[in-house]
Design a protein around this ligand. Sequence first.
Ligand SMILES: [Zn+2]
Length: 320
Amino acid sequence: MMQCPICKSDKDSKYLCDYKFEIHEDKKYFGNLKIDRCEKCDFSYANPMPNSENLNFFYENVYRLPNRPPYWVSKNDEVSEKRFLEDKNLNYLLYLSTLIDLKNIKNIYDFGAGFGDLGFAIKKKFPNVELFCTEHDKQCVKILEKRGYNNDQIENIDEKFDLIITLHSLEHLVDVEVFKKFYEILKPEGLIFFEIPNCPKEYFSGRPYDGPHLLFYTKKSIETICNKFNFEVFRIDVSSYSFNEDHKFQKESQDRYYRIKSGKTFDSLKQLLKKFIPVTILKMRQAILNSKNIDEMHKLGLFTVNSGDNCYLRGILKKK
Ligand SMILES: [Zn+2]
């Protein structure tokens, strides 16, 4: 039995289930995994953890390749650069600006920044804010640079920050020691704004896949981490879709990947047709699709908070 990454003991841990890959080929980076659960910390984790060389390679080169879930990154940088206006990002901004006074934030460090959408949106409104981040993905690095981020390895970060942002990153780590570093680089009473999947036991039944997450948090495990690393919970919510809806969307996303990969598909046919149809017609068609698209209803999930079985945990932690 592997030690629980939070309490460092194996006495309350036991096997929970086998690991399910979203993209089966990813197994070559992650190996044969099972999931263990520590009852005391209400925390689940992959066992054994993949080696860091493979993981680094994966996150630098593979994770955000075009036509891959969960990000479906576009080859066109202009499309990626507009993502900061998407509902999800505006929802983060609304949450943050409701709970903290953003004009007091002088600098921000985004751990696992992706394209750095949230910091970028904040900087649009508060141009003096300084942006730092750690992000190794090759698709993201040049956009982060263009947006004025100082991007560096986490070991090299030695500024003191008002705010750390970490959205859908902590679940990709092999342990929770990053909270020690967060403590060191925060100013007194500095804040961490996080969002991660919410993974109590019920989450695991019916899930299509885990990949490529390695740590599975709950409200209680966040509280345990706070006690261990000297943070207080300023605010914690469950947010977004219900487990059932989330599982459904995950399945759709996975199916889409394998459809595109198989090459003979409607999706790839659509890509091919796009090359021959004038842009204006495509735009009109897109407007019609958008107005009817049932996917639009998914957005309502982004505004659902604390209704019980939601699939994300979101909150703000404060340095003690
Ligand atoms: Zn534990």
